[in-house]
Design a protein around this ligand. Structure first.
Ligand code: AMP
Length: 216
């Protein structure tokens, strides 16, 4: 089952994909998470990516596409995957089609999570993430706070705000990029008849149920 999660920043793609991967037993591949892991580990990829990410810009396609191609060729993707944060523009979507075609595969479902702009802003600025890269649980200071302030309920590590979530200019730039470059992909996948729109103003487990009904 090859799934692409669409939707602006803060609509809950990561949270929903995190639940869905357990239920479908396929990997959740978040390009943002892979970049953040590489930045934390100080790899060459991380050094390239960080200067784009901190300014709220997209990492160049050639870097991102190569990274995704290599990840999708890992054996845990044989039975499917949930892509979160990729593709982000038409060029990436076309490259994804090419990568999959090489293995006689295709994108089967494009899930588009939608949310009011006011709620998007609130979710981005209140978002906190577990600093343990093996956990990465996502919290919200208002709607999903940790039991002990600042400490992950699941693993006890510190929870942090993403650097690009704390900079207003970077947030605005990321949302502008989303609406100008990424949102047109909904039409790209609509033409293939594989888009399912889900309103994201409900509990993640209800969103997951809706998605599962769609793909059944
Ligand atoms: P995310 O966690 O999906 O919000 O991604 C965080 C940041 O990583 C983005 O603002 C981009 O700078 C970069 N990024 C993630 N995915 C991509 C992608 N598909 N293409 C280019 N840059 C990306």
């Amino acid at each position: 089952m090859n799934i692409v999660m669409m939707g602006a920043q803060g609509t809950g793609k990561g949270t929903v994909a995190g639940i869905l991967k357990e239920e479908l037993n396929i990997p959740h591949i978040s390009t943002g998470d892979i970049f953040r892991k590489n930045i934390k580990e100080g790899t060459e990829l991380g050094q390239i990516a960080s200067k784009y990410i901190n300014d709220g810009n997209l990492v160049p396609d050639e870097v991102t596409n190569a990274m995704v191609k290599s990840r999708l060729n890992e054996s845990d993707c044989d039975n499917g995957f949930i892509l979160d944060g990729y593709p982000r523009n038409i060029e990436q979507a076309e490259e994804l089609d090419r990568i999959l075609e090489e293995n006689s595969k295709k994108v089967e479902y494009a899930i588009n999570l939608t949310l009011e702009m006011e709620e998007i802003m609130s979710r981005i600025t209140n978002r906190r993430i577990c600093s343990n890269s093996g956990c990465k649980e996502i919290y919200n200071l208002v709607s999903k706070p940790t039991k002990v302030p600042g400490i992950c309920d699941k693993c006890g590590s510190e929870i942090l705000q993403r650097e690009d979530d704390s900079d207003e200019v970077a947030i605005k730039k990321r949302l502008d990029t989303y609406f100008s470059q990424t949102a047109p992909l909904i039409e790209y996948y609509n033409k293939k008849g594989i888009v399912h729109i889900v309103e994201s103003n409900k509990a993640p487990k209800d969103i997951v149920e809706e998605i599962k009904n769609f793909i059944r």
